[in-house]
Design a protein around this ligand. Structure first.
Ligand code: NAD
Length: 376
């Protein structure tokens, strides 16, 4: 099987879908790996390193797409990339087909099989292939570093001859994969951390990381697949009332709250941010999905007129491209192992839960029932 790795073309994207370590193992399993020249550059993986582990380097994207039995990507393909896809090849990539069914239809039109990495079921079996988790882990870590850097004060408590410095107070909103990593990272840097999530089941995990869980007396919003549901208006009002006091006393607020298929919930309205101390920081990991903070400007970092730095940078995993790529690459290796037989031949078993969740297009059609519904 020929596995092809093109260079990512989205501006600012530094990650690559396979790193040399994975290429070596895949070549060891008798796969051929074709890599576009420069594909690994942003992740510190040179053409020479890829070549040394048995990859073939191609200088043009066209040659890489034309060679592919399976094309591994990170960012969803743009229009030019869709046109390059080879009929009957398999594309494994982020694709967000529920919010972008048009792309799924275009890929189907090209007679390409799409396995959307963002549609992987969040189950124990799928954990090792779960790119949402691996990349959210990186985003949670990076968000805390951005907060620490943006804050004009220290994170840890210090007792020095020059006086005692109190620890920074950090509030994490949303305690999924990114939020839990943010809590752990802020704790490691010495901050006092509070966290809140609408899924009460995470309270124990928050506390096990040494943070305090903010209890709000509203309905539990755990939905299907472990994801959150949208709150009722009354619950939103109550939530805002309690959160306002916690936000006001925090030096840094890191927001990570998402609801599948919807715009990110607004947890920090403008007036709440205005009540934060001058010099405090908001890092909005949900910026790409519209933001949890009303004042977030996606892709930007700025200081509000009341002195709060609001950071809405996009694609935090790409800022740590070496490890983000290494983790994505491991996820891809495990996924390829899951969908190939002992001879390395691709076998997509639609009765398999993981394949069923990720398989969006096949044989010229959108075959995923939920995506087909929204694509109508
Ligand atoms: P996510 O990125 O969809 O959302 C982040 C967090 O925001 C979630 O914890 C969610 O409950 C929270 N949230 C949503 N609306 C909120 C609001 N109004 N206020 C406060 N918080 C709000 O979540 P995720 O990190 O992708 O995790 C989703 C689920 O998948 C979780 O249940 C997680 O435990 C589960 N998961 C399972 C596995 C596995 O078993 N393989 C792997 C990863 C994640």
């Amino acid at each position: 099987m020929i596995i092809a790795i093109p260079r990512e073309t989205v501006p600012g994207e530094r990650r690559v879908a396979l790193v040399a370590e994975s290429v070596k193992r895949l070549v060891g399993k008798k796969h051929e790996v074709v890599v576009e020249s420069g594909a690994g550059q942003g992740a510190e993986c040179s053409d020479e390193e890829f070549r040394a582990v048995g990859a073939r380097i191609e200088s043009s994207a066209e040659a890489v797409y034309a060679a592919a039995d399976v094309l591994l990507k990170i960012q969803p393909p743009d229009a030019a990339e869709v046109e390059r896809l080879k009929a009957d090849s398999v594309l494994v990539s982020l694709a967000y087909p529920m919010s972008n069914p048009k792309l799924a239809k275009e890929i189907a039109r090209r007679k390409v099989t799409l396995l959307a990495t963002d549609m992987i079921p969040r189950t124990t079996l799928a954990q090792m292939m779960d790119v949402l988790s691996s990349q959210a882990t990186i985003a949670g870590y990076r968000a805390v570093l951005l907060a620490a850097e943006g804050l004009p004060r220290l994170f840890p408590m210090l007792m020095t001859a020059a006086g005692t410095i109190p620890p920074a107070k950090v509030l994490v909103l949303g305690a999924g994969v990114a939020g839990l990593q943010a809590i752990a990272t802020a704790r490691r840097l010495g901050a006092v951390v509070e966290a809140y999530d609408v899924r009460k089941v995470v309270k124990e995990q928050v506390e096990s990381l040494g943070a305090r869980f903010v209890n709000i007396d509203i309905e539990d919003a755990a939905g299907s697949g472990g994801y959150a549901k949208e709150l009722s208006d009354e619950a939103k009002r109550k939530q805002a009332e309690v959160l306002a006091t916690h936000v006001a006393k925090s030096d840094a607020v890191i927001t990570t709250a998402l609801v599948p298929g919807r715009r990110a919930p607004v947890l920090l309205p403008a007036d709440m941010v205005r009540r934060m101390k001058s010099g405090s920081v908001v890092v909005d990991i949900a910026a790409e999905q519209g933001g949890n903070c009303e004042l977030t400007r996606p892709g930007e970092r700025y200081r509000t007129e009341t002195g709060v730095t609001v950071i809405g940078e996009r694609n935090l995993p790409s800022q740590l491209a070496v490890h983000a790529s290494a983790m994505y690459s491991r996820n891809m290796e495990k996924l390829l192992g899951h969908v190939t037989d002992k001879d390395g031949v691709l076998k997509l078993d639609v009765s398999d839960e993981i394949v069923k969740g990720m398989l969006i297009t096949r044989g010229g059609d959108v075959v995923h029932p939920a995506v087909a519904d929204v694509a109508m």
